[in-house]
Write a protein that binds this ligand. Sequence first.
Ligand SMILES: [Zn+2]
Length: 179
Amino acid sequence: MHIKLFWDYVDSSGGPDACWPWLRGHRSSGYGAVNLRTGRGVPLRGFAASRVAWALANDRDPCSMDRTEHVLHRCDNPPCCNPAHLYLGTHSENMADMVAKGRQGRRQRGEERPAHKLTEADVLAARAAYRAGDSTPVLAARYGVGQAAMYNAITGKTWAFLPGAVKAMRSSTQHLHGH
Ligand SMILES: [Zn+2]
């Protein structure tokens, strides 16, 4: 699209203090993505929508912005294009900001993962109970998770950062015979 149309695709209906989400495409990172033509005869180029929003609000040409100029969000809302929520920082500030907000793209671990069922305390208790003789199916039922999830938690395939993982599992036959 032409850069003049940019604000047509930003939802500013929430008012000056609200987040203004980009209404078109998004990158997997959640940032708004837009292909822009900034002038006659200038080829289309892809931008993060928030970068274009900051540039327009600050009288800059997004094409001439330096790679080291990073547009950051005060609101931690990647699609937001409200210039009041955006500020310019360096790459290191950007990285520090992402780390601070836990958004640096690594897999979240343990309880930070939104779909967890086990807690750290559950995993520690389950590992101890397994060592004391409880079986994986019994523990899976006790903590309301599948047997594979419980097996992975006990053996440290998941929750590897917690102590007490059991490296060598009993086979169920051994377990039945009391070894
Ligand atoms: Zn915002």
